[in-house]
Every structure is written in structure tokens, then in C-alpha cells.
Design a protein around this ligand. Structure first.
Ligand SMILES: *Cc1c(COP(=O)(O)O)cnc(C)c1O
Length: 415
């Protein structure tokens, strides 16, 4: 390989030809002691798009000026103005989406519908090392139905000496548990390893054994290409504060496939599950919305939702194809720099760019000390027990030069 490939000049040249480079200026960049940080935590909390203050003030103004009239002028279907943005991001139509609550709450609400254990069909399949909140949610759902997780919960484990799951092993598990599976609920991208699962194949094989298939897209939404509708996935949920930059605690999104929109099974409902045109007749019997919004219960959190427009418009302007191309380039650059310059560090995340998003999960001897030193050096990234620090270069605001600098800092620490 050419000597100059990993020079600073080369990183700068790559930034200059980066077609997304103007987008960085659309975000407020965090600083420490007046110096911009190297921010690689977009997988944890995406940065604030500029203009969020105005979006919040606009709603505060409506509240001040109109009081309760604001409901009918602006808020009664406030979520509606954001749903089409998710079509290219999640892969579905706007009526298959709803914005509400937080992610784990939505997983519970969706499991009320899509986990209906019977004597024969009662198991839930999740990935081993699923995000703790998801593990607690499925365990508590199983207990809620009076079942025992030791029998009803199947966790997929990687082979010995491997960190990631093979698609063929996942499919084999689905086939071997067969008709005892009620629900398959996996991450789209695993938060710990950074592995992206073959969601299309999992959905196909899950359907073959008659199970419902859902995905937690927390680390997949706004990170990898998703086609929930075409893959015939039953449901999905995600948070909008990670890659999608909608702000801390921003409402979670759900996807419910169109084929379920005339739902007559179990579901928790409230007045927001009722059609808008009959909602305020205040009838005692519900007239349910026949799309994903039928899973909505309460009126929207306007101030949490207001920043979404600024954030999602950026995705719309960039387009997912261009976004993913740039993501592959940035993360590929980081991976090749690590492989060449940092032999002490192992990348846990799959090498194949089709099996990962932008995040690389790194392992090294004394990894936690390395991570603590990175923090001292103004790098923002996170540590996840037991042994990983995660670096997520995001195409909207990270640069090749930042990646180059990160690797130089790591080289110094490891020396
Ligand atoms: C971030 C994340 C969550 C967070 O859940 P909240 O209910 O939004 O607090 C849940 N599950 C996964 C897989 C996550 O990555």
C-alpha cells in the first residue's frame, strides 16, 4: 500500500472531496475547555442540529398565544408531520409508522400484541448480549404471562471464540425451535458488537415457522439501509436520539406492517388510538385507527417532538444511498487505519461492510485504561462492560481528519 495513504494530507484530501462535508455545519459541535472534542458517540446521543431552539420556541409561542386552541391548530396530529421522513430511513409507508413514548415502553406495547403465548407456541428468541433493557422487557413479558424465562426465552449465542452470530446459525435455531416460537425479537444492529443482522433472512425464516418477527432498530435507524415493509417484518421500534439526532428523550418510533392494520388481537389503547374524526365525540366504545397509529395511546409530547423536523430534514436532504456510501467510506477508513497502525487493537465488529453500520467495537488489553485516556484527550466515545470501547464515525458530522487524529492519539496511548 502507498506510504502516503494514511497521512494527514490524505485525510484532509478525503474531507475536501467528501460530498457531505457541508452538513457538519448544520450541527452544534460540543466543546471541552473551549476546544472542539472528537465526537464519536453518535450511536449514543446524536448531536444537536442548529435551529432546534427556534423549533422549540415556535411551540412555546403557540402555547403562549393560543392556549388550548393550539391543540386544534397544531398539536392534535402533531406527529403526522414527521412520519413521511421515516419512509426511506425505516423502509415502509408513513401509515406504518407512529411516534410515541420511549423505546422500551413501545417494545412492551408491541409485545402485548405480538407476544401471545399458547401451550404449544410460547418462546421468544433474542440475541445473547441483547441490550439490557430489551432483555428485561422480554423477561418481564414472559413472567407477565405466568411463564418461566428458563423455558420460554431462547438466547442466540455466538460460537466459541467468536463474538458475532452467523446467519446460518440463527436460521438453524429458528428451524430447530420451529413452531414453539411465538416471537423473534432481535436488534437490527447489536449495540455491543456493532453486528448488523440479516433481517430479511431472519424475517423470512421466522415467518416460515409461523412466528411473529420484530426488530429493535435502536442502532440501525439512520445507520444502515432498512426495508421493514418489503422484508415483511411484523413490527419494529427504535429511538430517535441516537443516529437520528432528534434529542435526548425524543419520542420513539414504531413500525407495524400494513398487513396488521385491521388488528383485532390484544392491544392496549387510549383516546389517541381512536380515529381523529370521531375522537372528540367522546364515545365509550373505541373507533380504532386502522394503521400503526392505532397503537398510540396518549397525546404527543410536543416539546420532545419539535426538534425532529430539523434532524429528519437533514436525512431527507442527504438521501439514504449517499449517506450509506459515505458511512462505508468513513468506517472502512477507520478499520484500515486500525488494522495497519494499531496491532494491539482487535475489531470485534464484522469486517464486511454489509454486516455492520458505522460503529466499530474495539477490544484491547487494558481497554478500559485506554478508553479513560481517550476521554482525557477530548475524545468522546463510550465504554461498554465487559471489554469494549465503541467508536461510531457518523457521516453527517464526522470527518476523515478526525478519524486520523483519533488513530494518532491511540498510537501515542499504546506506545
Ligand atoms: C438505546 C437503546 C434502548 C434505550 O431504551 P429507552 O427505552 O429509549 O431508554 C433500548 N434498547 C436498545 C437496543 C438500545 O440500543
Amino acid at each position: 500500500m502507498n506510504e502516503n495513504v494514511f497521512s494527514k494530507a490524505d485525510a484532509i484530501a478525503k474531507d475536501e472531496s467528501n460530498t457531505l462535508r457541508s452538513y457538519r455545519n448544520k450541527f452544534n459541535y460540543p466543546t471541552r475547555n473551549g476546544k472542539p472534542v472528537l465526537y464519536f458517540s453518535g450511536n449514543s446521543l446524536g448531536l444537536q442540529p442548529k435551529g432546534v431552539n427556534d423549533a422549540l420556541q415556535e411551540q412555546a409561542f403557540i402555547w403562549a398565544e393560543k392556549g388550548a386552541d393550539g391543540y386544534f391548530s397544531d398539536w392534535v396530529d402533531f406527529h403526522q408531520r414527521f412520519l413521511t421522513y421515516f419512509e426511506p430511513i425505516i423502509g415502509g409507508q408513513s401509515h406504518e409508522f407512529m411516534l410515541m413514548n420511549a423505546l422500551t415502553v413501545n417494545l412492551h406495547l408491541l409485545m402485548v400484541s405480538f407476544y401471545q403465548p399458547t401451550q404449544e407456541r410460547y418462546k421468544i428468541i433474542i440475541e445473547g448480549g441483547a441490550f439490557p433493557s430489551d432483555q428485561y422487557a422480554v423477561q418481564s413479558q414472559i413472567a407477565f404471562h405466568g411463564l418461566d424465562s428458563n423455558e420460554a426465552l431462547v438466547t442466540l449465542k455466538p460460537n466459541t471464540d467468536e463474538d458475532c452470530l452467523n446467519t446460518s446459525d440463527i436460521i438453524e435455531s429458528i428451524e430447530s425451535h420451529g413452531e414453539s416460537i411465538a416471537l423473534i425479537l432481535l436488534g437490527g444492529v447489536n449495540y455491543y458488537t456493532g453486528q448488523k443482522y440479516d433481517m430479511a433472512a431472519i424475517a423470512e425464516h421466522g415467518r416460515k415457522v409461523g412466528a411473529y418477527v420484530g426488530f429493535d432498530l435502536a442502532h440501525a435507524a439512520g445507520n444502515v439501509k432498512l426495508r421493514m415493509h418489503d422484508w415483511n417484518v411484523d413490527f419494529a421500534a427504535w429511538c430517535n436520539y441516537k443516529y437520528l439526532n432528534c434529542g435526548p428523550g425524543s419520542p420513539s418510533g414504531i413500525f407495524v406492517h400494513e398487513k396488521h392494520h385491521k388488528w383485532e388481537g390484544p392491544r392496549f389503547t387510549g383516546w389517541w388510538s381512536n380515529r381523529l374524526d370521531t375522537r372528540f365525540q367522546m364515545n365509550s366504545k373505541i373507533d380504532p385507527i386502522q394503521n400503526a397509529a392505532g397503537w398510540g395511546i396518549s397525546n404527543s409530547s410536543i416539546f420532545s417532538m419539535a426538534p425532529m423536523k430539523n434532524a429528519l430534514q437533514i436525512y431527507q436532504n442527504v438521501g439514504m444511498d449517499q449517506f450509506i456510501d459515505m458511512s462505508h467510506m468513513l468506517t472502512g477508513y477507520l478499520a484500515s487505519l486500525i488494522n495497519k497502525e494499531l496491532p494491539q487493537i482487535t475489531i470485534m465488529t464484522p469486517d464486511d461492510s454489509n454486516q455492520r453500520g458505522c460503529q466499530l467495537s474495539l477490544v484491547a488489553p487494558k481497554g478500559k485504561v485506554i478508553w479513560e485516556t481517550l476521554i482525557e484527550k477530548h475524545v468522546v466515545c463510550d465504554w461498554r462492560e465487559p471489554s469494549v470501547f465503541r467508536i461510531a464515525p457518523t457521516p453527517l458530522y464526522n470527518t476523515f481528519t478526525e478519524i486520523y487524529e483519533l488513530v494518532q492519539i491511540l498510537k501515542k496511548i499504546l506506545r
